[in-house]
Design a protein around this ligand. Structure first.
Ligand code: ZN
Length: 183
């Protein structure tokens, strides 16, 4: 009887130990956050109605920025991009500083390419599972406008080996000479 009882106690102790293993921190001990963590939506400072966006943007800009469309490869915006010199690329929807000519490179893909954002806090990313694949979508953090996608590890000889493949119509170029010294 004693031996059986000991085995039972040992077995129960093991079961309790194993059962407790994933629950090292009881849920009750978790600190309750005073405010919920910031979500991307909360960083949006530019919110407009659909009608306002349609008024503000050209049909092509609206399609890219508000409907996550993609401009034609090697289009007019890309030709203009290649010819542009030093300057800043701001959001075509809200004017937030997004990319710099210092980070642009020729990836031969047919769309403006940058290896880094100029102002990381204005650029956010999220997983995009459209068209049967997994890509990383790039958006303006201020107005949530779709900009393009970012690809990593393609072997481009850039400091980051990242390619921000951005629609030219989603950007507005501000030449360095024309940029105001104070906003
Ligand atoms: Zn924007």
């Amino acid at each position: 009887m004693n031996r059986i009882h000991t085995r039972l106690v040992l077995g129960l102790t093991l079961a309790v130990l194993v059962g407790c293993a994933p629950k090292e921190t009881p849920p009750l001990a978790m600190p309750t956050p005073s405010h919920p963590p910031a979500t991307p939506a909360e960083t949006n400072t530019v919110t407009k109605t659909d009608a306002e966006w349609r008024k503000l943007l050209t049909p092509e800009q609206y399609h890219v920025l508000r409907e996550a469309g993609t401009e034609r490869a090697h289009g007019k915006a890309y030709e203009e991009f290649k010819a542009q010199g030093a300057g800043t690329y701001v959001c075509g929807g809200c004017g937030a500083e997004l990319f710099s000519s210092a980070h642009k490179f020729d990836s031969h893909c047919g769309w403006p390419s940058f290896y880094d954002p100029a102002n990381a806090k204005n650029v956010r990313t999220r997983e995009d599972r459209s068209f049967g694949g997994v890509r990383v979508e790039v958006l303006c953090a201020k107005c949530n406008g779709h900009l393009g996608h970012v690809f990593k590890g393609e072997g481009f000889a850039t400091p980051t080996d990242q390619r921000y493949c951005i629609n030219g119509v989603a950007l507005k170029f501000v030449p360095k000479s024309a940029a105001p010294r104070t906003p």
